[in-house]
Design a binder for this molecule. Structure first.
Ligand code: OGA
Ligand code: MN
Length: 196
């Protein structure tokens, strides 16, 4: 990954879309891993604490957190840790760790417009999404739509094509996943600072 380029773009605009920052063999491993055992996946939840609940109408994906004991997951986690250290050196972000999960949106699923920074949980600094969809067709929908910080205007539309990665400031950009008309796979993660 070109950490200098990523740092500069994050500093200038707060987000970057990378066409293919990772090696093909790693992408193949992650692609396979995403499908090795459907039973690993469970409905994602929205909200925290007592308000935590599954709401298919807001968010229709199923997820599974990466596992440091899995050899494929470990390679990805190592790449992201290298990025974490590089971003800390370049931007003094003080990123402390990285958490990430596979996500699968089956046909008809999407994720309504939201912010990744939950109330009372402000330690998510940067969001990353890596897409794992071979031969993705525009007609499949499933675009990630990113809004400016006011939430009023669209600043980016990202096709979830194989190998594409977006990185953005978690607190600054509301975003949504348009209804997907085909199975849509990804790894979503967050670089966090330590604390509350
Ligand atoms: C999320 C999310 C975007 C995407 O999981 O919080 O916004 O494109 N994902 O999958
Ligand atoms: Mn999100």
């Amino acid at each position: 990954m070109d950490i200098a380029e990523i740092s500069k773009q994050l500093e200038d605009t707060g987000y970057i879309v990378l066409a293919k920052p990772l090696a093909d063999d790693l992408l193949e491993k992650l692609f396979a891993r995403c499908q090795d055992d459907p039973a690993r996946f469970h409905a994602a939840q929205v909200g925290r604490g007592a308000a935590k609940r599954e709401i298919g109408s807001i968010r229709g994906d199923v997820i599974d957190w990466l596992d440091a004991d899995n050899s494929s997951d470990r390679i990805y986690l190592a790449c992201m840790d290298e990025l974490r250290l590089g971003l800390n050196a370049a931007l003094f972000l003080g990123l402390f760790d990285y958490e990430c999960h596979y996500a699968i949106y089956e046909k008809g699923a999407g994720y309504a417009k939201h912010s990744d920074v939950l109330q009372g949980k402000k330690n998510r600094i940067l969001t990353t999404v890596l897409y794992l969809n071979k031969d993705w067709q525009a007609a499949n929908g499933g675009e990630l739509v990113v809004y400016d910080p006011t939430g009023m205007s669209v600043i980016a539309r990202v096709n979830p094509a194989f190998g594409t990665m977006i990185i953005f400031l978690s607190e600054s950009f509301p975003h949504e996943v348009l209804t997907s008309l085909a199975t849509r796979r990804s790894i979503t993660g967050w670089f966090r600072v330590s604390g509350s």
